[in-house]
Design a protein around this ligand. Structure first.
Ligand code: HEM
Length: 333
C-alpha cells in the first residue's frame, strides 16, 4: 500500500517537474509569434501531413509570415518547439549558439551515422575543424577540370533527348551529380565512378531521401519504436545497406591504392589537391578518425551534395526552358 502511494507521489512529482520545465521553456520564447493552427496535444503537427508539395507550401507560407513578423516564427510539433527563421542576423546568432541539431536529424543516421551533418556538438566541432581545409574556394577551383569534363558528358547524354518533346531531366542531373561527387569527394577516376554509381545506388539514394522527408511529415513515425515496426523502416534498411556497401567498397579500394602507391595514385584526378577521402584517410592513418567515421563523413558529403545540387540544376534548366530569351543569352555567353 505504502509502496503504491510512494509510486503515485513520485509520478505526480515527475509530471509537475515536466510542467515547470515546459513552462520555463515556453516563457523564454513567449515573445516569438506562433503560427496559426495550434491544436491540443499534437499542436501544429497536423499541418505537416501530406505530400512534399504540402511541406513546401507549409515552409513557404510560414516563411512569408516570419518575414512579416520580425524574421522568426514558432512551430510546435507535439511538445517540441521549432523555429522558422528568415532574418539572416537571427539565423547567425542561432547558428553560433545552437550547435546541436534537432532530434529529427537522427532520422538520417542509418546512412550517415554521426557525420558532421547529424553529429552532436562535440563531434561536430572536432570533425568540422579537421574537414575545414576541404571547404574552400581553392579546393573548388582545383576540381574545375572534373566539373568541365562531367558537364560535357551531361550535355552529350542530354543531346539524345533533343527534338523529342518533353522529358524529365532530373535522372540525368542526378546521375551527373553523383558521379561528380565520386570524382571529387572520393577522388575516383572518371572511368570507375560509373561502375559504383549504378542504377541500384541512384535509386537507393532516392529512396533514402524520400523516406527521410516522409518520416518528418508523418509525426507518429518520429517515435523510434513505432517507426521500427513500419514497412518504411525495412525499406530504409535495404537502401542504407546498398549505399553503405558502395562507399565501403570505395574506401577499401582507396586504402589499397594508397598502400600500394602512396605518392601517385592518391592524388585526385586532374587536380592539384587531395580528394576529400584522401584527407580523411590521412586522419585515419594517424588515428584521428576510425574507418567507421571516415565512411560516415564520406556518406555525409554524398547526402549533402547530391540532391541539393541536382535539384538546383533541375530548377535552373526549368527556368531557362521557361524563359527562352534568357536561355539564348546564356547560350551566346
Ligand atoms: C545547391 C547546392 C547546395 C545547397 C542549397 C546546400 C545547402 C545546405 C544547407 C542549407 C546546409 C545546412 C543544413 C543544416 O544544418 O540543416 C548545408 C550543410 C552542409 N552542406 Fe550543403 N548545400 C549544397 C551543396 C553542397 C555540396 C555540393 C556539398 C558537398 C559535396 C555540401 C556539403 C554540406 C555539408 C557537409 C554540410 C554540413 C555542414 C556542417 O554542419 O558543418 N553541400 N548545405
Amino acid at each position: 500500500m505504502i509502496g503504491s502511494i510512494l509510486l503515485c507521489c513520485l509520478c505526480v512529482c515527475f509530471y509537475l517537474l515536466l510542467l515547470v520545465r515546459r513552462w520555463r521553456y515556453e516563457r523564454l520564447t513567449s515573445k516569438i509569434p506562433t503560427i496559426p493552427g495550434d491544436l491540443p496535444f499534437i499542436r501544429h503537427a497536423h499541418l505537416l501531413i501530406g505530400d512534399s508539395e504540402n511541406l513546401q507550401k507549409f515552409i513557404e507560407d510560414n516563411s512569408n509570415k516570419a518575414n512579416k513578423l520580425g524574421g522568426i516564427i514558432k512551430v510546435w510539433i507535439g511538445r517540441r518547439q521549432h523555429f522558422l527563421v528568415t532574418d539572416p542576423d537571427v539565423a547567425l546568432t542561432l547558428m553560433n549558439a545552437c550547435l546541436n541539431k534537432a532530434y529529427f536529424y537522427e532520422f538520417a543516421s542509418s546512412w550517415i551515422g554521426q557525420g558532421i551533418f547529424t553529429a552532436k556538438a562535440d563531434t561536430w566541432k572536432a570533425h568540422r575543424k579537421l574537414l575545414n581545409p576541404t571547404f574552400s574556394q581553392h579546393v573548388l577551383v582545383g576540381y574545375l577540370q572534373v566539373f568541365n569534363s562531367r558537364a560535357r558528358g551531361l550535355v552529350i547524354s542530354l543531346a539524345a533527348e533533343a527534338g523529342r518533346g518533353e522529358f524529365d531531366s532530373f535522372p540525368y542531373l542526378a546521375g551527373y551529380t553523383l558521379e561528380t561527387i565520386c570524382n571529387t569527394v572520393m577522388g575516383l577516376p572518371e572511368d570507375t565512378s560509373s561502375s559504383i554509381i549504378d542504377q541500384q545506388f541512384v535509386s537507393a539514394a532516392d529512396t533514402m531521401l524520400n523516406l527521410l522527408i516522409n518520416r518528418v511529415q508523418r509525426v507518429w513515425y518520429h517515435w523510434e519504436w513505432v517507426y521500427g515496426w513500419s514497412g518504411m523502416k525495412r525499406e530504409e534498411d535495404r537502401a542504407a545497406k546498398v549505399l553503405k556497401t558502395a562507399s565501403y567498397d570505395v574506401l577499401q579500394k582507396r586504402k589499397a591504392s594508397k598502400f600500394n602507391s602512396p605518392k601517385d595514385e592518391i592524388k585526385n584526378v586532374g587536380s592539384r589537391q587531395q580528394s576529400f577521402l584522401d584527407l580523411l584517410l590521412e586522419y585515419n592513418s594517424s588515428g584521428l578518425l576510425s574507418d567507421q567515421q571516415v565512411l560516415e563523413e564520406v556518406n555525409t558529403m554524398i547526402v549533402a551534395g547530391y540532391d541539393t545540387v541536382a535539384t538546383a540544376l533541375h530548377f535552373c534548366l526549368i527556368l531557362l526552358g521557361s524563359y527562352p530569351a534568357v536561355q539564348e543569352e546564356v547560350y551566346e555567353e
